[in-house]
Design a protein around this ligand. Structure first.
Ligand code: MSP
Length: 514
């Protein structure tokens, strides 16, 4: 049977800025879903990349005395390096200055033109360069950008327009037919209210600068950067090239992950563009919330309350970083982030529960069974096994949460098993069982169960914490949990072979001081 295709994307980030905890958040979140889909046996395309055109990039290049292309090239590595460090498993990395993308954008714009959805007119309005967004007078807040609060400038230009206003009813009908297209629900309400307040046509070209994709039917104009950027989701699949096989496999996408600030582009403009081109819309756009400082205020360099990916990696390690943001912040809501809470979750879940369990049971296996996974004695087959009971339903619970992008639910399902296992070790007191000849069978049973719990937990958690899971599996003399494609079967109780060597190592999660 061929594998079910699964396509997930992050926004393509502005090449100008440094990657920050916001962009890392979306990328880690998408990576975790992509990793889970792979271990669940799906054929995954996970795409991220960079948005490299537009006024903002052209300006920054000039300020740095470089050509725009040189400027972009100089910025890329800070993204690719951080994604590597965070163990991001993207299958492709698109840059909008790549030929493959530019060819596809030109073809898409030609299609809109041929289908009668573009016309030439005069744009009179406002523009926020940092957000690369057009605004009408009425949308400004105190004369400033309603999104970032910065100054806007006026634009008076001959532009090509996309007949976005024709799509209001079609979009509303599409949302009715696809009630899960926009997630979470609160964002759908926002998008509907925006459409119902009246839609304007969208200027889709600029002539004031030339850093972009020229319109094939009017090359004095370059494509508006957001329109150019949105098309990345299909040019990465070969749209516009001779080889459409990836497009045929993966389009429409299952998930576009975005921040809540860019839902209009993804839930209004992008589906309208696709409809106009006669193409299918993605299945889901999932908008996550914003990460805020611990006191709920906006993080900013100047206030000194910003957190940086490198600082977090250094302090907590990559896996704890990944785990914390997904398990403790509800995906879709804003989250207040501070060291106190990160440390609390780290110590409770990772150091005291997960790390502690593995450290205890691996040490006892080394001590009592010469470092070999004990054989299950026949007399134990009928003994109550509370860990197996929880583990038996775990894959179903975990995968239902992951399919629903409920990271918190998925993590707490695994934590419940790990908590129970720590309690089970306490209750069973293997150190007492070891003292008595008659209870050697029970000792083997208890340690096997606790080791098997660690194996299964590490398998499931490999989507969140790939490096730790790989380390734990290697200490059980098992293969790479991040390469499995049949996690459902492998999560069945009893998969840990007796006789496997168990080795000791450093604490997986050394306890942190408050
Ligand atoms: N280039 C556009 C996206 C084009 S996609 C076709 C863009 N780039 S961006 O570099 O600004 O990326 C922003 C992403 O980071 C958005 O999804 C945004 O929501 C997210 N975040 C920026 N700051 C954030 C937080 N403080 N918290 C969480 N995410 C935030 O927009």
């Amino acid at each position: 049977m061929s594998k079910q295709p699964f396509y997930i994307s992050t926004p393509i980030y502005y090449v100008n800025g440094e990657p920050h905890i916001g962009t890392a958040y979306t990328t880690i979140a998408a990576d975790t879903i992509a990793r889970f889909a792979r271990m669940d046996g799906r054929n995954v395309m996970f795409l991220t990349g960079l948005d490299e055109h537009g006024e903002k990039v052209a300006q920054a290049a000039e300020e740095h005395g470089m050509t725009p292309q040189e400027w972009c090239d100089s910025q890329v590595v800070q993204f690719t390096d951080l994604w590597k460090e965070l163990n991001i498993s993207n299958n492709d990395f698109i840059r909008t200055t790549q030929e493959r993308h530019m060819v596809g954008v030109a073809q898409f714009m030609q299609k809109l033109y041929d289908n009668g959805y573009l016309y030439k007119g005069t744009y009179d309005g406002f523009y926020c360069t940092p957000c690369e967004t057009q605004y009408t007078q009425g949308e400004l807040v105190d004369g400033k950008c309603p999104s970032c609060g910065r100054d806007v400038h006026t634009v008076h230009e001959e532009n090509w327009f996309f007949k976005l206003s024709e799509f209001g009813d079609k979009l509303l009908a599409f949302y009715d037919e696809h009630p899960n297209f926009i997630r979470p629900q609160i964002r759908e309400n926002e998008v509907r209210a925006f459409i119902e307040s009246g839609m304007h046509d969208l200027s889709v070209s600029r002539t004031a600068f030339d850093w972009g994709v020229p319109l094939p039917f009017d090359p004095e104009h370059v494509t508006y950067v957001w329109v150019d950027a949105l098309i990345n989701y299909i040019t990465a699949l070969g749209y516009g090239s001779d080889d459409m096989s990836k497009f045929e496999t993966w389009w429409p996408a299952n998930f576009h992950f975005v921040g809540k600030d860019i839902i209009r582009f993804h839930c209004v403009i992008w589906p309208a563009m696709l409809m106009a081109a006669g193409m299918e819309c993605p299945e889901h756009v999932f908008a996550h919330g914003f990460l805020m400082a611990a006191d709920g205020s906006k993080m900013s360099k100047s206030k000194g309350n910003a957190l940086y990916p490198h600082e977090l990696i250094e302090r907590y390690g990559v896996d704890a970083y990944r785990y914390y943001f997904l398990s403790d912040v509800t995906f879709g809501s804003d989250g207040n982030i501070g060291h106190d809470r990160i440390t609390q979750v780290y110590n409770a879940d990772l150091a005291n529960t997960y790390g502690n369990l593995f450290s205890r049971v691996s040490n006892m296996t080394i001590k009592y069974f010469d470092g070999k996974v004990p054989e299950l004695p026949a007399e134990c087959t009928d003994m109550p096994n509370p860990l197996k009971e929880i583990a038996d339903g775990l894959y179903d619970t975990f995968s239902a949460c992951m399919d629903n992008v409920d990271y918190g639910g998925a993590c707490s399902a695994v934590m419940e098993l790990l908590h129970r296992a720590n309690l089970y070790v306490e209750e069973s007191a293997p150190w007492n069982l070891a003292k008595n000849e008659d209870t050697q069978g029970e000792l083997a049973f208890v340690l096997y169960n606790a080791l098997e719990t660690c194996r299964i937990a590490a398998l499931l958690l490999s989507a969140f914490m790939p490096a730790t899971s790989a380390e734990l599996w290697s200490r059980l003399s098992l293969g790479d949990p991040c390469a499995v494609e049949n996690a459902r079967e492998l999560s069945a109780w009893g998969g840990l072979p007796a006789g496997n060597t168990v080795t000791k190592g450093d604490a997986l999660f050394p306890r942190l001081a408050k």
